[in-house]
Each structure stands twice: as C-alpha cells, then as structure tokens.
Write a protein that binds this ligand. Structure first.
Ligand SMILES: [Zn+2]
Length: 236
C-alpha cells in the first residue's frame, strides 16, 4: 500500500527531474532498466476478450446493451468495437443510487445482508444520455455512467492496464546475482534527481542501501518526510 501511494504521489513530483541519476543508481542492478511497459488502447482493443479498456477519462459511447440471462451478465457493446460483461450481482452490489451509495463519502449504504447474490434483472436499456439503466425484480433502478463502467471492465487486458496504472508493473526478481543499489543519504535529502533515483530503484528492486546518514536519532523520519508526511498508527 505504501509503495502504491508513493508511486502515485511522490514519483510524479520528482519525475520532473531528469533520469540521469536514476540510471546511475540503477546501474548497480543486474539488468538494464527497460522502458515502461504499458498497453496502449490500440493494443488493448486488439486483444480484448470481454471488452476494450480505457483508463482515460472522457465520453465512452455505448452502441448497445443487453442482458444475458443465462450467463447472468449485462453485456455492453462499445462504439469502438469492444464489449464488456458485468455480472448481475456485481452491478446490483455497486448500484450508485442515493439509497445504495452515499455520494459525499463514496461509501456503500447497501448492506451485504440485503444483497441477493442470485439476483436477475427485469430490464436493461441504454438511455439517451449514454447511461445504462437496469430495473431489478423489486423495481429498484440502477443507473450507471458508461465511463464509470468502462473503467471497471473485467477483461484481462483491462485489469492488466489498471494494474499497470496503479501498482508495480516492473517486477525485478532477485537471485544470487543481485547487486543492491546504493544511494547517498544527503544527496537524497537535498537533490531531487537523487531522490527520484532512490525512489525508482526502491520501486523496481525493492531494496536500496543508503550510505552516509548521520549516526543520530531521527534520520529515518527525515527520509520519510522527504517524500511524504508522518502519521501515527496503531502499530507504534
Ligand atoms: Zn440503488
């Protein structure tokens, strides 16, 4: 969790610096740093099975929508040619209406005990403003934005793209040839390039040896404050 937070907040700020120091510190690793791998939307469309994925915001026109009663899924066909499948139960569980979701906190109000995991749908339709409307057997109505659904496409390619976006996407497996990257503690504190190099190495390799820190209390806190803020936890 910490790594993903740092990847989302600290790295973008530091990545405005050049990657020279990053390459230097990563030179200690076993393999050269590959370019970032990320599926493009074109690649994604080419290998979709369930639907095309797009992490970018913006209008996602729907061509048509239908309920597949036997599979217990709603199928959304997108104008770009892809299609996505969403389980009935998942859709009911994720209803965004004010009775089921508290919008201000983005928190669910629907109790699990009130969720029928065997639920069917009575009607599914595409509205004039590009939303998917579902009428459930108890006449409860769910209305989903197409963009909201597209971001949550269940296809393998879409999930991979989301993982690439949010989590670690360059796995570096350790073996006996691992040389632990090193960085200078003072440089990391004072120089953005060095800090970026440290963070990139830490994200990719998982361990970086910092040299030259004063042998005094509080040095770890200084390092943490370099990239974020400290807060107390239950864990001490
Ligand atoms: Zn609802």
């Amino acid at each position: 969790m910490w790594m993903s937070s740092f990847a989302r907040f600290a790295l973008p700020a530091l990545q405005r610096s050049s990657g020279v120091a990053a390459r230097r510190v990563l030179g200690a690793c076993r393999a050269p740093v590959p370019p970032p791998s990320r599926l493009t939307s074109v690649q994604l469309r080419g290998q979709q099975t369930l639907g095309s994925a797009s992490l970018s915001a913006g209008r996602q026109p729907v061509r048509q929508v239908r309920a597949l009663d036997q599979e217990r899924m709603v199928e959304v066909e997108w104008e770009d040619g892809g299609h996505s499948l969403y389980p009935f139960t998942w859709l009911r569980d994720n209803c965004q209406c004010p009775r089921c979701t508290l919008e201000s906190a983005q928190a669910r109000l629907l109790l699990l005990t009130d969720l029928d995991i065997h639920i069917g749908v009575e009607a599914v339709e595409l509205t004039n403003d590009n939303k998917i409307s579902i009428v459930w057997p108890d006449q409860h109505i769910s209305l989903f934005d197409a963009e909201w659904l597209k971001k949550r496409c269940f296809s393998a390619a879409a999930r991979q793209a989301m993982q690439d976006e949010l989590f670690l996407n360059e796995r570096f497996l350790w073996d006996s040839s691992l040389l632990i990257p090193t960085a200078d503690y003072q440089q990391v504190l004072e120089d953005d390039e060095a800090a970026l190099a440290w963070l990139l190495a830490l994200r990719r390799v998982g361990i970086v040896s910092l040299k030259g820190a004063p042998a005094e209390r509080g040095q770890v806190s200084r390092l943490a404050q370099r990239i974020g803020y400290l807060r107390l936890t239950f864990y001490g």
